[in-house]
Design a protein around this ligand. Structure first.
Ligand code: ZN
Length: 636
């Protein structure tokens, strides 16, 4: 997930759209691989990459090439081919070849003996972790946005020449990627290679003048490359990330304590406002608000920094869970269309559970802070009536058309396989810990999946079958939890977290939050100066009165209304009171009477029990780690 954000305007000197120079001073030579790409930031001001694809042995019947419709990890059809602005084909004698478009993603070249060369330009102006972006300050791309797939030759090794931009304005640019170098120096332009197309598009590339820092964890080098203006304390960032990464490596490999990669790269894009990340096999692309990064001299852990660490932890956890342990249907992606699984509640939900859990177990945040984050997740899930309508298994399956394409009715219709999935993980984890006296946990299931599917994934390409998880959980823990999984993940039953949390020494409480004593049963926001309903919750006061998302409220009980006035008014009313509301739907004025609801008690508060029993204290220490003293020792 990633929020859109704006970059500061480019202020670098102008250059023409001239041809790119050869890479890193070395003369480019014909690739030894049969599929060879050359990518150049040909015109940063026009946001254009130029790619030259050479296919040594094209299909004699007419080679077909296609751009993916989606990028793994982000389950939405994006049709990256819509950003190809021009494309030409040449045969062996550099004569122009006819190129026919077959469908929205696919081209076919006229028959030729080879080599076949395609030269195309891709518009790159999407500042997200999912696509490509280029201006005079930096370039970023995912292979799915820029590298045409050579149909029938996806399993061939390929080489990529990454070219620097021409002109002095871009002097000093470097490259950050985990694509294996094949002549290019570390952080240099030049020749890289990939074992196949799947690997080629699984190493995003950043180029520009980024800040580079690094640390060791799990026996391997980790790097952080930060692009965008920032004043981050990179030493603190590396210290904290090293602890989180080491914690995750220990979870999966308690004996060897070895990371599953040769090296790892956090690509961080710091912007004014933004949040998102996308996982890859040995790197991740993150986008964050620059103020979320810790600054030099900052001592405390701000909410923003905690959320950044949670994001980094989430994407790093995917190195195991979804990049190597996968649903069987993801073992070989079909990049041209939706790939359906009911298991994203495991691959995204469990990852969302472990992301913050790894922060507390590594000691980067304390128990109280962790419980605060957990309470926020519980509150968020409880506020959405959609959890009673859709299971997280259904939500996983329909991610393509629902979770990833949300609208005003989504809170009423969708259960988040991220947030609710993480609570399913919590409920399973605590159940296992409680029933086995702390001898087993969800960690054992993660390790079993890792040993069975993850460790050798790239050699065997096998994944978790759609119905396999209950059996696997039993094998890992000795417990049959089929009924719980059926009801929590495949049904819409409430998760009954309260007794589970109490058994591990956490006191949960639920209140109405800061909504005041009475509720409209709607989410409101000020849009273009107008108090607008953004969601009318199913069956609640606003909807019963006939109000809808998009309606703008102008007056209540004869007085002009805005957000502040509404809050003050609701504070003076009680459930059952009636309000006369004047509102616009489009340009039509209407009025209605609302009978106020009691605000639902969805605001969770979690605190450590002041005097937990010995068993609860032991379970808590096993769950959250014993690095921080529990509040019990400080309580009166
Ligand atoms: Zn994720």
């Amino acid at each position: 997930m990633s929020a859109p954000a704006k970059r500061p305007p480019a202020d670098v000197a102008r250059r023409g759209a001239g041809a790119a120079r050869s890479s890193a001073g070395a003369a480019p030579r014909r690739g030894v691989e049969s599929v060879s790409y050359r990518i150049a930031p040909i015109d940063p001001h026009a946001h254009l990459f130029e790619v030259t694809l050479t296919i040594a042995q094209p299909d004699p019947q007419g080679q077909r090439v296609a751009l993916p419709a989606w990028i793994p990890g982000s389950y939405r059809i994006r049709e990256f081919a819509r950003h190809v602005v021009s494309i030409d084909a040449r045969g062996a004698d550099t004569r122009a070849l006819r190129l026919r478009k077959l469908d929205k993603h696919t081209w076919q070249a006229a028959r030729c003996d080879g080599p076949l060369t395609l030269v195309y330009r891709v518009y790159a102006w999407d500042l997200s972790v999912r696509a490509a972006h280029l201006d005079a300050t930096h370039g970023f791309f995912n292979g799915t946005s820029v590298f045409l797939r050579v149909l029938g030759q996806e399993h061939q090794p390929c080489e990529v020449w990454i070219e620097p931009p021409a002109g002095d304005a871009c002097a000093g640019w470097r490259v950050a990627t985990t694509l294996p170098g094949a002549g290019a120096r570390r952080h240099g332009f030049g020749r890289y290679r990939a074992a196949d197309y799947d690997e080629l598009v699984d190493h995003p590339v950043e180029m520009g003048r980024f800040t580079l820092a690094g640390f060791e964890a799990g026996g391997v080098r980790h790097e952080v490359a930060i692009t965008g203006r920032h004043d981050a304390d990179t030493a603190r960032l590396c210290r904290d990330l090293a602890r989180v990464c080491a914690q995750q490596v220990r979870l999966f490999e308690p004996h060897t304590r070895r990371a599953p990669v040769e090296r790892y790269l956090f690509l961080v894009m710091a912007v004014g406002d933004g949040y998102g990340g996308l996982e890859h096999r040995s790197s991740t692309a993150l986008i964050c608000a620059r103020n979320d990064l810790p600054w030099r001299g900052q001592r405390e852990t701000s909410d923003g920094y905690r959320s950044f660490l949670g994001l980094a932890s989430h994407e790093y956890f995917h190195t195991w869970n979804v990049k190597r342990i996968k649903p069987a249907v993801f073992a070989h992606y079909d990049l041209q269309q939706e790939n359906y699984t009911r298991l994203l509640w495991i691959f995204e939900g469990f990852t969302s559970y472990y992301d913050d859990l790894m922060l507390v177990r590594s000691g980067v945040i304390d128990h109280d802070a962790y419980l605060g984050l957990l309470a926020k997740t519980i509150s968020g899930v409880m506020r959405g009536p959609g959890r009673r309508v859709q299971s997280v298994a259904e939500s996983s399956f329909d991610a393509w058309i629902k979770y990833y394409r949300q609208d005003e009715n989504s809170p009423n219709a969708i259960a988040s396989y991220y947030a609710k999935g993480s609570l399913v993980a919590l409920a399973l984890d605590l159940t296992i810990r409680i029933r086995t006296g702390g001898k087993r946990s969800l960690d054992d299931a993660m390790r079993l999946m890792w040993r069975r599917y993850g460790r050798d994934f790239f050699a065997r390409r096998e994944g978790l079958a759609e119905d396999e998880f209950p059996r696997l959980l039993e094998e890992a823990t000795g417990l049959r939890l089929d009924a719980q999984i059926r009801s929590w993940a495949y049904g819409t039953a409430e998760l009954s977290l309260v007794p589970l949390l109490r058994a591990v020494g956490v006191e949960p409480g639920f209140g109405p939050g800061d909504q005041g004593p009475a509720s409209l049963g709607a989410k409101l926001a000020t849009r273009e100066g107008q108090l607008t309903i953004t969601t009318a919750y199913t069956g609640q006061a606003a909807q019963r009165a006939g109000l809808s998302a998009g309606d703008t409220l102008v007056a209540v009980d004869g007085l002009r209304i805005d957000e502040r006035a509404l809050k003050a008014l609701l504070a003076r009313r009680k459930p059952g009171d009636r309000l006369r509301v004047h509102a616009f739907r489009r340009d039509e004025l209407f009025d209605c009477e609302i009978e106020l609801d009691a605000p639902p008690a969805t605001d969770a508060k979690l605190k450590l029990a002041p005097r937990p029993g010995a068993r609860a204290a032991r379970l808590l220490a096993g769950w959250l780690g014993g690095s921080r003293p529990a509040r019990a020792s400080r309580a009166p």
